[in-house]
Design a binder for this molecule. Structure first.
Ligand code: NAP
Length: 313
């Protein structure tokens, strides 16, 4: 019987692991096949406190992991496939094993959204991507398009200027959602152009992407736009597939919590982007991971105290 199982290994999961490990709970962390969460797919993190010169996302997550392991967290690069929270002990399953736990911290984060338009799936990895750090280098001196108007889109566009001959940001509205500092940088960049009020209707190309079919949302006109690659940066969806029917989710699929820590199941706590639709920052996820571990510790203490009381009577 595990005292704490942590599902997820982004800033929330690994901060929960650091706190739970330092509380001597020897947490078992299911980190997923690709540990580290979204920061593994990002470049420089400039707003994580403590790094005045910035730090690369993957380096930050390696440091999180080392810190958790130093205090005894057991981190498995394994995906959880199923949970059963209908009774105690709580059950967590992987493809070839079943684990029982007194408490579980869910920190499974969120995944990049796709446009779900014709041609997108066929050309994934052949011009269409959601990860500039993974695939940007394949498009040296090519014309690259970025979809979206948020911080992710600006970050991707700025990063892709290292490779592309030109980067065109296509946004469905006429103003950006991105923070001012990121927007200003992208708007001022000589290699970045913007196309406003425009939707992508279709990705064109056979073996590799050759262009996009675009639609101007103001007048409804369609036209073909030549480009070699498209990076989609339109936000994320929470990774809650296997919690359906187990935990209360909101209409967007995020786990609901009255206090940002507990869930509708006693002993199951939530942390990070899988709950937080609003802030979605590494630092806020880390803070939520800390809270979840501290509450899990209190819960276990109360549980164990109750057992001692019963035995004493
Ligand atoms: P976001 O802020 O939700 O922005 C998503 C963008 O994609 C919006 O501009 C949205 O358009 C557009 N969009 C959504 N669905 C679309 C669709 N189906 N077709 C076309 N466009 C679509 O997401 P994000 O940029 O990933 O950022 C998420 C959070 O992470 C934010 O809090 C952000 O500040 C943070 N973040 C911070 C940094 C940084 O500080 N360095 C970097 C990355 C992310 P509308 O504007 O019309 O809704």
């Amino acid at each position: 019987m595990e005292r704490v199982i942590i599902i997820g290994s982004g800033p929330a999961g690994l901060t929960a692991a650091i706190y739970a490990a330092r509380a001597n709970l020897s947490p078992l962390v299911f980190a997923g096949g690709m540990y580290g969460g979204q920061l593994m797919l990002t470049t420089e993190v400039e707003n994580y406190p403590g790094f005045p010169q910035g730090i690369m996302g993957p380096d930050l997550m390696i440091a999180f992991r080392e810190q958790a392991e130093r205090f005894g967290a057991r981190i498995e690069n394994v995906d959880v496939t199923e949970v059963d929270f209908s009774s105690k002990p709580l059950i967590v399953r992987t493809s070839d094993d079943e684990f029982h736990a007194k408490s579980v911290i869910v920190a499974t984060g969120a995944s990049a959204r796709w446009l779900n338009i014709p041609g997108e799936e066929k050309l994934r990895g052949r011009g269409v991507s959601t990860c500039a750090t993974c695939d940007g280098a394949f498009f040296k001196n090519k014309h690259i398009v970025v979809i979206g108007g948020g911080d992710s889109a600006m970050e991707e566009a700025l990063f892709l200027t290292r490779f592309g001959s030109k980067v065109t940001v296509i946004h469905r509205r006429d103003s950006l959602r991105a923070s001012k500092i990121m927007a200003d940088r992208a708007l001022a960049h000589e290699k970045i152009e913007f196309i406003w009020n425009t939707k992508v209707e279709r990705v064109l190309g056979d073996e590799t992407m050759s262009g996009l079919e675009l639609q101007n949302v103001n007048d409804g006109s369609d036209y073909t736009f030549e480009a070699d690659a498209m990076f989609i940066a339109i936000g994320h969806d929470p990774n809650t597939g296997f919690f359906k029917g187990q935990l209360d989710l909101d209409t967007n699929g995020y786990i609901t919590s009255p206090d940002g820590v507990s869930t509708n199941v006693e002993g199951v706590f939530v942390a990070g982007d899988v709950y937080d639709i609003r802030y979605k920052q590494a630092i806020t996820a880390a803070g939520l991971g800390c809270r979840a571990a501290m509450d899990a510790e209190k819960y276990l203490e109360a549980l164990e105290f109750a057992v001692i009381e019963v035995v004493a009577r």
